[in-house]
Design a protein around this ligand. Structure first.
Ligand SMILES: [Zn+2]
Ligand SMILES: [Zn+2]
Length: 258
């Protein structure tokens, strides 16, 4: 089974060496897709971008059927053409598309939330996710739909399907329409409330015609590899969504038993 979302030293925010990731994965009987951060809109020069040639030349010798080389592209609609070129002009196995920014700010920054209600921010977030799927139809999977719940300052950070059903449906239907998988990002799945609410969204994805998910830990250090995969598998079982991974940009059904 693959962990399809891993950051090593080519990502600005990870110090994990590729060798450390590989040995942690072996201990857990997992295969890996490396997905380094590329947010070309990042306001700080040289942050969250990497040299793709250097990536392929230094990791190329490790590449095999259990170690695939992908990218996590930070999406912003103004950069969709440039992002599309990065995705398609390099020999990535997998392109994960993720929304990390709201306007000019990383969702991680407190500035995003100053003086704004949860509803206001979450509506803008979901509208932006939708816009970016339409603008970046080449992506293989949509990363962490619950990204905003990691960092928003509200007492109840959860994204409830019932509160934003129209906007969430729009996102899920766009994924179905453009044949894009949806990531089950395992980061928050140890939280019972997060698991319950995400399950509602994944069930709805299946109802609207979605069939495929990628499972990823979003690890930035070795101990996190494969974290919460029991609950990620539970989501697959409860929804009938099939876990997949991508090799040479082609979708392959994953086997959860190995
Ligand atoms: Zn991300
Ligand atoms: Zn990531």
């Amino acid at each position: 089974m693959f962990d399809t979302h891993i950051h090593t030293t080519f990502s600005t925010d990870s110090k994990m060496k590729l060798e450390e990731a590989i040995s942690a994965a072996k201990e857990r009987d997992l295969s890996l897709i490396i997905t380094e951060h590329m947010d070309i809109n990042h306001p700080e020069e040289g942050q969250f971008v990497f040299d793709t040639d250097e990536y392929f030349s230094s990791y190329g010798e490790y590449r095999n059927s259990d170690l695939l080389l992908g990218i996590e592209l930070g999406l912003t609609d103004a950069y969709s053409e440039a992002n599309g070129r990065i995705a398609n002009e390099n020999k990535f196995d997998y392109v994960l598309g993720s929304l990390h920014f709201l306007g000019n700010y990383d969702i991680y920054f407190p500035e995003v939330y100053v003086g704004r209600s949860k509803e206001d921010v979450y509506i803008q977030y979901l509208q932006d996710v939708y816009k970016n799927i339409v603008a970046n139809q080449y992506i293989d999977s949509l990363g962490h739909i619950d990204y905003i719940c990691r960092y928003s300052p509200y007492e109840d950070k959860e994204l409830y399907y019932s509160e934003y059903s129209d906007l969430i449906d729009e996102i899920l239907l766009a994924l179905v329409k453009y044949d894009i998988a949806m990531e089950v990002n395992a980061r928050r799945l140890s939280d019972k409330k997060a698991l319950e609410n995400l399950l509602v969204i994944y069930k709805r994805f299946y109802e609207l015609g979605g069939r495929y998910v990628t499972i990823g830990s979003d690890s930035h250090y070795p101990q996190a590899i494969g974290m919460n995969f029991g609950n990620a598998k539970l989501i697959c079982q409860e929804t009938s969504l099939k876990p997949v991974y991508f090799k040479e940009r082609t979708m392959i059904i994953d086997n959860l038993e190995v």
